[in-house]
Design a protein around this ligand. Structure first.
Ligand SMILES: N[C@@H](CCC(=O)N[C@@H](CS)C(=O)NCC(=O)O)C(=O)O
Length: 212
């Protein structure tokens, strides 16, 4: 059985959600963040970087949420919630699957770090990063216009990767989703999914302002 090492208020909620969507059994091991927001030392005994999520599946220990999602849907779910390479939606699927960490979360983390540096408040660098946030959020919003999901008609693992930046991440980085009506409508549909609700009850954020 897969063990999910879950850090409070973190990306590892994605893996709990994925397992709930797939109806797969798992064991959940919970870790609380240190007062400064870092993952606790025992997570480093499981994986050298000690960052969440980490899973154990027999002899395999795997980190990196996108890799874990890909691993689980192919190794344990016969490709359910993935899009097959010969399907028309495959390009969209892998784009959003990777965009979540590769582009969106990396920009949000820069914005997060700058938001914690008082001297950066009025700097042109921060203004540029915020401009890029606006550009990226507008892009995502326009891409969802044809929805209902990131890959198109069907809910996929790309949705599991793409939701965290608009939900739990906002407990760390305060930004306004108000202008992005397609993203808001999308989140409403996600938040009505029983598997999502169950995963958030088990592994969702409990309080604001932990460090990401
Ligand atoms: N790109 C990685 C990021 C992993 C990551 O930074 N996880 C955060 C939680 S959301 C973490 O463990 N932070 C605590 C720390 O770095 O000590 C992924 O998607 O898994």
């Amino acid at each position: 059985m897969i063990t999910i090492y879950h850090l409070s208020s973190s990306r590892s909620e994605r893996i709990v959600w994925l397992m709930e969507e797939l109806g797969l059994e798992y064991r959940l091991e919970l870790f609380q963040r240190e007062p400064n927001g870092a993952a606790p030392q025992p997570m480093k005994a499981i994986h050298a970087l000690g960052k969440a999520p980490i899973i154990r599946d027999g002899d395999t220990v795997l980190a990196e949420s996108g890799a874990i999602v890909d691993y689980i849907v192919h190794r344990h779910a016969d490709g359910r919630l993935a899009v097959q390479p010969n399907a028309p939606a495959y390009g969209r699927y892998i784009y959003w699957l990777h965009f979540a960490e590769g582009s969106l979360m990396s920009l949000m983390l820069i914005a997060l770090v700058l938001s914690r540096v008082p001297e950066a408040r009025d700097s042109p660098v921060r203004a540029r990063v915020l401009d890029r946030m606006t550009q990226m959020l507008s892009f995502v919003d326009s891409e969802l216009a044809g929805g209902p999901y990131f890959a198109g008609a069907d809910f996929t693992a790309a949705d599991i990767m793409m939701t965290f930046p608009f939900t739990t991440m906002r407990h760390f980085l305060d930004y306004d989703l108000g202008p992005y009506t397609n993203i808001l409508a999308y989140l409403e549909s996600i938040e009505s999914r029983p598997a999502y609700l169950k995963a958030m009850a088990l592994a969702g954020p409990k309080k604001k302002n932990d460090a990401a």
